[in-house]
Design a protein around this ligand. Structure first.
Ligand SMILES: O=C[C@H](O)[C@H](O)COP(=O)(O)O
Ligand SMILES: C=C(OP(=O)(O)O)C(=O)O
Length: 351
């Protein structure tokens, strides 16, 4: 008989079940309290008239947990300094969507050598999220693989569905069952409607295929996640954070029956992938807020210990410490200056 399946499959490697990993690295009671409080606070900033600014900031991806730890410690201090007006949430991104191919993140390839030791990646990711939470920093991540959330989503305070997957039914269904607030990026072509449709789909009950906490193939039945919003990240036609773009986004949200709540990603196509332009994007947003805008509730910034990025793959021993191996970031000095600038600019709203 002709073989008709697994023709292109080389190997199927068993993974621990989500329950096994959760038992190995259990969440503490204080982490659970902190996650719940952080999610509530994020939802207040997204959906109420609370004027604190939600800033999702951190490396494009975590590839070296030692550098990630160093970054998180610095960010925790900075966060405490500005917390009366700015709520800082750290980007702890472990899964990278690729335009074609490339390193897919710490969960998929933790040893950075193409060995794709996913079990080790999930373990490393879960442990690192706990370290960040223990520093008093809420965590943000992108959900890409539909099974990964079972292993880590209980430790995530805010999640993103990326520009390449906002239109995917699989990701909308997934978001409908997630417990954290979720930001849907606009499409890579700049299209807003895909994000509006995604927010609507994710808010509804859904049934889809997934794995249970014990790792068994299951039908997952969700209630719908009502805590979703749009993230503007620019597109192939250019940036989309100008007052005119914000007004168009407000109109698209209103037409979809959604509240006017917008996060702007200062990176990606909003800075033409030139990381050093991110502070200018943030300044433009602050100017709109100063002029009376109330729909811009927060921003996203890609920041690391050192500015820029470095080529990858390359031998691990040649990698420069604290430099992104995915998209370019602003460095720590610029980060501090920019965050303090946001804090100062918001003073009039808290007088
Ligand atoms: O944020 C990261 C990247 O923009 C995203 O993963 C796509 O990367 P790529 O176009 O280099 O594959
Ligand atoms: C991949 C990312 O963004 P986008 O989906 O907007 O390209 C990201 O924020 O890391």
């Amino acid at each position: 008989m002709h073989k008709t399946s697994d023709i292109n499959v080389v190997e199927t490697r068993p993974l621990p079940s989500p329950a096994q990993l959760l038992a190995e690295l259990p969440k503490t009671e204080s982490q659970a309290d902190f996650i719940t409080r952080s999610r509530d606070e994020i939802n207040r900033l997204i959906f109420t008239s609370d004027r604190r600014f939600l800033l999702v900031i951190g490396p494009c991806s975590i590839h070296d947990v030692e550098a990630g730890r160093d970054y998180a410690r610095r960010l925790a201090k900075l966060s405490a300094e500005v917390s009366d007006r700015v709520m800082i949430v750290m980007r702890v991104y472990f899964e990278k969507p690729r335009t074609t191919v490339g390193w897919k993140g710490l969960v998929m390839d933790p040893h950075l050598d193409g060995s794709h030791d996913i079990a080790a990646g999930l373990r490393l990711g879960r442990a690192f999220l706990q370290e960040v939470l223990d520093l008093g920093l809420p965590t943000a991540t992108e959900f890409l693989d539909p099974i990964t959330p079972q292993y880590i989503a209980d430790l995530v305070c805010w999640g993103a569905i990326g520009a390449r997957t906002t239109e995917s039914q699989t990701h909308r269904q997934l978001a409908s069952g997630l417990s954290a607030p979720i930001g849907f990026k606009n499409g890579t072509d700049g299209g807003l409607q895909v994000a509006v449709n995604a927010i609507k789909a994710a808010s509804q009950p859904q049934t889809f295929l997934g794995v249970s906490i014990d790792g068994a193939a299951s039908a997952i039945v969700t209630k719908g996640n009502r805590n979703c919003h749009i993230v503007l990240r620019g597109g192939s036609g250019g940036p989309n954070y100008s007052a005119d773009h914000i007004a168009k986004t407000e109109a698209a949200l209103a037409k979809g029956g959604l509240p006017p709540s917008i996060m702007v990603d200062a990176s990606h196509d909003n800075s033409a992938k030139k990381p050093e332009l991110q502070p200018e994007v943030i300044r433009a947003l602050l100017a709109q807020i100063a002029a009376g805008n109330t729909s811009i509730m927060g921003a996203m910034v890609e920041s690391n210990l050192e500015a820029g990025n470095q080529a990858f793959p390359q031998p691990k021993e040649n990698l420069r410490y604290g430099v992104s191996i995915t998209d370019g970031c602003i460095g720590w000095d610029t980060t501090e200056t920019m965050v303090r600038e946001i804090h100062a600019a918001l003073a009039p709203h808290f007088a």
